[in-house]
Write a protein that binds this ligand. Structure first.
Ligand code: CMP
Length: 140
C-alpha cells in the first residue's frame, strides 16, 4: 500500500479536557506518524470554509460554533494507507457506534463533540492540508 498523508484535527472537546497526548498516543500506536502539528484558534471564516460541504446541514451552525469555541490542534499524519487507516483509528462519527480502542470510543463525548476529524479521501486530504499548512511546515 502507498504512503499517504491525511489531515487531522484534535477538536475543542479534547483540547479543553487536556487529552491531546492521549489522542496522539492512539495515533502513533496505530503506526501513523505526526509529520506536522500546530495548536491554533480557528476563526469563524476558517471553520465555515473547512466545513463548507456541510453548509446545508441543520447542524452546520452548531458545528462551526463548536470548532471555534476553544483551540484545536491541526495535524498532518503520514503512513501506509494513512487516509483509511486514520478513519479506522478514529472510529465511527458517533462515539456510541465506535469500536473499542478507537479514539472516539476512548475519548469522544457525543456526535458533535467527537474529539477528532480525519479526511475522507485523497482529494479532500490535499485540500484540507493546504488550508492549514504550507509545504515547508510538513517534515516527514
Ligand atoms: P467530522 O468528521 O469533523 O465531520 C463533520 C462533523 O459534523 C462530524 O465530524 C461531526 O462532529 C459533526 N456532526 C455530524 N452529525 C452531527 C449532528 N447530528 N450534530 C452535530 N454535529 C454533527
Amino acid at each position: 500500500m502507498a504512503i499517504e498523508r491525511t489531515f487531522s484535527i484534535i477538536k475543542p472537546d479534547a483540547t479543553q479536557r487536556n487529552i491531546t497526548g492521549k489522542v496522539n498516543a492512539l495515533i502513533e500506536g496505530a503506526g501513523l506518524r505526526i509529520v506536522a502539528q500546530k495548536r491554533i484558534q480557528m476563526t469563524k471564516a476558517q471553520a465555515e470554509t473547512f466545513y463548507s460541504v456541510h453548509k446545508e446541514r441543520p447542524f452546520f451552525g452548531e458545528l462551526v460554533d463548536f470548532m471555534i469555541s476553544a483551540p484545536v490542534i491541526v495535524q498532518v499524519l503520514e503512513g501506509e494507507g494513512a487516509i483509511a487507516r486514520y478513519r479506522e483509528v478514529m472510529g465511527a462519527t458517533n462515539p456510541a457506534n465506535a469500536a473499542p480502542g478507537t479514539i472516539r470510543k476512548e475519548c469522544a463525548l457525543s456526535v458533535g463533540e467527537n474529539s477528532v476529524h480525519g479526511s475522507d479521501a485523497a482529494e479532500t486530504a490535499a485540500i484540507e492540508i493546504a488550508q492549514f499548512f504550507s509545504g515547508n511546515e510538513i517534515v516527514g
